[in-house]
Design a protein around this ligand. Structure first.
Ligand code: FEO
Length: 412
């Protein structure tokens, strides 16, 4: 009967090592957050194939101590253990860059146990009061670019609204030139490595994160990127995923995602029930590839929707391929269309292909679901039953039209 307790003890030791308690980002700056290896869904919606982390950073000045962001409430104990290992019994300020609970969920604990004041934007304060068991007198609100000195370490608060909630800010540590960016520049990766050394892996995870969380706010993110240009930044320390010692890598990626023109790519999400729509999808994809257009196919019955979101970051065109069922488009296509509309990618063109038995309202349904997409809708191709010669010719024409439009886009 002693075995389970031994197992628990070993797990505790491993977790302690992975939570990086004794590592320093710079002298007197410690990562004290938690890695969540097991989490597979965020907001009960977003797939997390690589888990995530809730990064929290302790900064010791010569006079005061600050904690940047906290952790998801499921990991409060890990934060407490990490602070205990550093011998922390009092914290002066807990900086709430963002009110969402994966960062703010342990605020009440930090306030109660360590006597900290919560530092937030004026907009975040009522949100945190509503979401958590906090009272107004436990707050210090800071205006844009206001500073707090910890003694030899100066925190500057930069308001960056709508990244991705209205109340968000980032915190710049002036002396060390570190930007604590919370969700901004983050990625959902659980890793024992503190830094973004594997740039390929981090790029894909950060792009997926951008697509799912940030893309709807592309226009305000453009403004916030411009605002941050005035700061010399040596390190970006987000509150999800690895720390960037080469900040240009992630900043340039963001600039491409928000400012860059859409690329010569068609995203082709599809559902097929009896093979007719799939036949059209295969023919159409080949017709596009022959014309030099990149295609990304997603079978919505099995696809990870995060991958679909990621593909929409760069695409010029989406073509939805659906059979007719229940008198309309397949529900999986309806769901994907709804998400694409909500994510507001920089698509320029859209169309629909698919097969029907005796009628239905698939086109009207899909058209009604995309008011946010500023797209030109290209004539759909619908086959009655299994596709025939005329349908394949229509698919060739659609592929040619898309190829021509992409060339026009590239020529400006
Ligand atoms: Fe990581 Fe918007 O919270």
């Amino acid at each position: 009967m002693a075995l389970p307790s031994l197992r628990r003890q070993q797990r505790y030791v491993r977790e302690s090592e992975l939570n990086m308690t004794f590592r320093e980002l710079k002298p007197n700056i410690y990562p004290v957050g938690a890695v969540d290896w097991e989490r597979r869904l965020f907001d009960s919606l977003i797939p997390l194939p690589d888990g995530t982390s809730y990064n929290s950073y302790l900064i010791k000045g010569s006079e005061k101590i600050a904690l940047i962001d906290t952790v998801d409430p499921t990991k409060t104990q890990v934060l407490e253990e990490n602070l205990a290992k550093l011998g922390i019994i009092k914290i002066d300020f807990v900086i709430a860059n963002h009110a969402e609970q994966d960062h703010s969920g342990s605020l009440a604990f930090v306030v109660q146990k360590y006597g900290a004041k919560v530092v937030s934007t004026p907009k975040a304060k009522p949100m945190l009061v509503d979401l958590l068991e906090l009272s107004e007198e436990q707050f210090i609100t800071v205006e844009d670019t206001e500073t707090i000195s910890l003694g030899g370490k100066t925190l500057q608060f930069i308001h960056v609204p709508w990244v991705h909630w209205p109340e968000t800010m980032v915190t710049y540590l002036k002396e060390e030139k570190i930007l604590f960016s919370c969700d901004f520049f983050g990625s959902h990766i659980a890793a024992s490595n503190l830094y973004a050394d594997d740039e390929g892996k981090v790029y894909e995870a950060a792009k997926r994160y951008f697509a799912e969380i940030m893309m709807p706010f592309r226009n305000v993110i453009q403004k916030n990127l411009e605002k941050l240009k005035d700061y010399q930044i040596d390190i970006i320390a987000p509150s999800h995923g690895p720390v960037h010692k080469q900040p240009d890598f992630i900043v340039n990626a963001y600039r491409d995602w928000v400012f860059g023109e859409p690329k010569n790519i068609v995203v082709l999400p599809y559902v097929s029930m009896h093979g007719s729509t799939k036949k059209m999808v295969d023919y159409f994809a080949a017709a596009l590839i022959e014309r030099g257009v990149e295609v990304e196919l997603f079978d919505l019955t099995v696809t990870d929707l995060g991958k679909l979101a990621l593909s929409l970051v760069d695409a010029s065109t989406v073509v939805l391929a659906t059979p007719t069922v229940l008198a309309g488009a397949h529900p999986q296509i309806i769901y994907a269309t709804f998400l694409a509309n909500a994510l507001r990618p920089k698509l320029k063109y859209a169309s629909v292909i698919g097969s029907y038995g005796w009628g239905g309202k698939a086109i009207e349904q899909i058209s009604g679901l995309i008011p946010n997409l500023k797209v030109e809708v290209i004539e759909p191709v619908l086959a009655k039953g299994y596709p025939g010669e005329a349908d394949f010719k229509a698919l060739d024409n659609l592929a040619q039209t898309i190829s021509d439009k992409h060339k026009e886009l590239a020529d400006g």
